[in-house]
Design a protein around this ligand. Structure first.
Ligand SMILES: NC(=O)C1=CN([C@@H]2O[C@H](COP(=O)(O)OP(=O)(O)OC[C@H]3O[C@@H](n4cnc5c(N)ncnc54)[C@H](OP(=O)(O)O)[C@@H]3O)[C@@H](O)[C@H]2O)C=CC1
Ligand SMILES: CC(=O)C(=O)O
Ligand SMILES: [Mg+2]
Length: 598
């Protein structure tokens, strides 16, 4: 009797345990979890009754709760932590909240706060959903990637943490930047969250204070030599192609001793691009072309001075050249005559002492008088010599565009173009408010990180945000649809052109160089269409695509992820078989091979 009731009890327990496990899996899986939005029927069916508070809420109730929690927190880094917790537990709600409050959420999940989050990555760590590839995994990188159990991946953002924003070598903490960029792919580009993958290639760090930080989570070794670095990267790229042939790989924040060579090495072999060189080039050239239109000076009369001559600067001057050639019919040679770069040694000239890095050579001035070649060291020296009409900051060192410089520019230029593009905010070359104040409201400003409006003489000025987030989500989306084998520069040029054109009449009326950031999805959609059309024109699209722009727009629209919970039929599988439908290709709610058992 006792034994029979025990068996019955044990049987029931085993059964309910199974039931419970199944339900708990749904709660634990960040793609299937919907928290208090599980209906009572679903809770019952999944065996999770009692594991959630009794109330059943809609996703908009849940958004409201998180939004008020978000606003209760004063420090951006605490808001970041709140949102990361949500991303890692209820991904749908994270993106639904993000889409509703894009303008407020972006500065938290992206620049500037993501910079602080990377600096404090070890201290803040709870969990993340990326992949760490240590140099010691050589020979096993494919199986390490396969541990993600992802059936399909559209986008990989990979960094080695060697130049995170303008914050230098942050080693494995760079994972934060890959996570942030992946979030933007979903939020801005409509890629399914289950199909993005943040990757950190941990090949050591030369940041000594990180290595001695007890909370540091990366390998405490110095950065490996080039041979080992490229062996890891080669294996990584080949493994990605083998596992997920449809993936686009975005190289992010690799220091300039590697990023140019990596692009040369991989861009004709894999579907990849470098965001800091090519994405930044595309976004800044788009804004620059609009700024020229506002400045009322013919393109050929501009003198462009770029502070910083690294990966971003090289990409920007190349893209400005490409776009000017295609839009204004100026020759490359003429554009080159209008460009001046400044690095840590001063004006970049062919006749200055020392060897120039490869990426600087083609932009080095060959007309600097011999007595000036080594004398033009400080930015102020160079500004006086060049008399720039446009001053772009990509040096990553903080405020260097002084009042003296801005006021000097206004003496010969009616509307100076001033772009403090370095990130995060602490590294901006000038506060937009100072640029407006010191130029008496004349400056045309775009900054890399978001900054508030400024009032000068009763008029409100709003800086545009010149950040590659306007470009990479759309380029990635277009490439995941057209699936070209590689990503030629032409795709970035059309992305840039489309972005320039999307500003339309707001350029004059609102003096804005980019579309509003809360229209990021529409921007990405348009860029994706332009990219697909260019793939078709170049004959490199490998998927079946419609020809008409309207049909393409519809196709892109359909492919964009919308943060909605899977419907009841998904959770009630087994109960109402007729209502079952398989998740669509682009909305695989679990994102893994191992879906919770039903
Ligand atoms: N707005 C946006 O979308 C983007 C912004 N960025 C920002 O641009 C910045 C630079 O990035 P990136 O080009 O990749 O970095 P790099 O390290 O490749 O380049 C930095 C450049 O700045 C120069 N530099 C450093 N210190 C000084 C100094 N005191 N005076 C003059 N020049 C100096 C360096 O000179 P040298 O060559 O002599 O070492 C180098 O040329 C970062 O802050 C990054 O956040 C980057 C990508 C996108
Ligand atoms: C925006 C970006 O990619 C950077 O600052 O590096
Ligand atoms: Mg970057």
């Amino acid at each position: 009797m006792l034994r029979r009731s025990f068996l019955r009890y044990a049987g029931e327990t085993r059964q309910s345990l199974q039931q419970q496990l199944r339900g708990v899996d749904f709660l634990k899986n960040r793609f299937t979890n919907k928290g208090t939005a599980f209906t009572l029927e679903e809770r019952d069916h999944l065996g999770v009754t009692g594991l959630l508070p009794p109330a059943v809420e809609s996703i908009s109730d849940q958004i409201d709760r998180y939004w008020s929690q978000f606003n209760l927190l004063d420090q951006p880094i605490n808001k970041y932590q709140l949102l990361r917790g949500l991303l890692d537990t209820n991904t749908t709600l994270y993106y639904a909240l993000g889409l509703k409050y894009v303008k407020d959420i972006l500065p938290i999940i992206y620049t500037p706060t993501v910079g602080e989050a990377c600096q404090k990555y070890g201290a803040l760590y709870q969990r993340d959903n990326g992949v760490y590839i240590s140099s010691t995994y050589a020979g096993q990188i494919r199986s390490v990637l396969a541990n993600t159990r992802k059936r399909a991946v559209d986008i990989i953002v990979v960094t080695d943490g060697s130049r995170i924003l303008g914050l230098g070598d942050l080693g494995a903490n760079g994972m934060g930047i890959s996570i942030g960029k992946c979030s933007l792919y979903v939020l801005g580009g409509g890629i399914s969250p289950s199909r993005v993958l943040p990757v950190m290639i941990d090949v050591g760090t030369n940041n000594e204070s990180l290595k001695s930080d007890p909370l540091y989570l990366g390998n405490r070794i110095s950065r490996v030599a080039d041979e080992e670095f490229y062996a890891v990267m080669d294996e990584f790229m080949a493994s990605v192609k083998d596992l997920w042939p449809e993936a686009v790989v975005q190289f992010e924040d690799f220091s300039n001793n590697h990023c140019f060579d990596m692009l040369t090495r991989y861009q004709e072999k894999y579907r990849c691009f470098n965001d800091d060189i090519q994405g930044t080039g595309a976004v800044v050239s788009a804004g620059f072309i609009n700024a020229i239109a506002l400045a009322n000076l013919p393109p050929k009369d501009h003198r462009l001075l770029v502070f910083g001559a690294g990966s971003a600067a090289a990409g920007v001057v190349q893209a400005i050249s490409d776009l000017s050639v295609s839009k204004f019919g100026i020759t490359k040679e003429d554009v080159k005559k209008q460009v001046y770069l400044v690095d840590s040694q001063g004006l970049v000239s062919n006749n200055r002492e020392g060897r120039l890095q490869k990426h600087k050579v083609q932009w080095a001035r060959d007309d600097t008088p011999a007595d000036k070649a080594n004398a033009l060291k400080s930015l102020w020296d160079v500004v006086q010599y060049v008399k720039p009409t446009a001053l772009l900051g990509l040096g990553g060192v903080g405020p260097v565009f002084t009042e003296e410089i801005v006021k000097f520019m206004t003496t010969y230029c009616s509307r100076p173009i001033i772009f403090p593009l370095s990130n995060p905010s602490s590294k901006a070359e000038i506060l937009p408010s100072d640029a407006y104040k010191w130029s008496n409201g004349k400056a045309i400003v775009a900054s890399g990180s978001p900054f508030p409006d400024t009032t000068v003489n009763g008029k409100v000025y709003r800086p545009s945000q010149g950040n590659n987030m306007y470009i990479f989500p759309g380029v990635g989306l277009g490439c995941t649809i057209a699936l070209p084998a590689t990503i030629p520069q032409e795709l970035l040029v059309v992305a840039s052109k489309r972005l320039t054109d999307m500003v339309g009449s707001a350029l004059e009326s609102q003096q804005t160089l980019y579309p509003p950031i809360n229209e990021i999805r529409n921007v990405s959609k348009n860029i994706a269409v332009a990219v697909i059309q260019e793939c078709q024109r170049l004959g490199i699209a490998t998927t079946k695509l419609p020809d008409s722009p309207q049909e393409l727009m519809k196709l892109v629209d359909r492919r964009m992820y919308a943060p909605k919970y899977p419907d009841e039929a998904y959770y009630m599988k087994g109960k109402r078989k007729s209502a079952l439908r398989s998740p669509t290709r682009h909305h695989n709610p679990t994102g893994t091979v191992e879906a919770p058992k039903q």
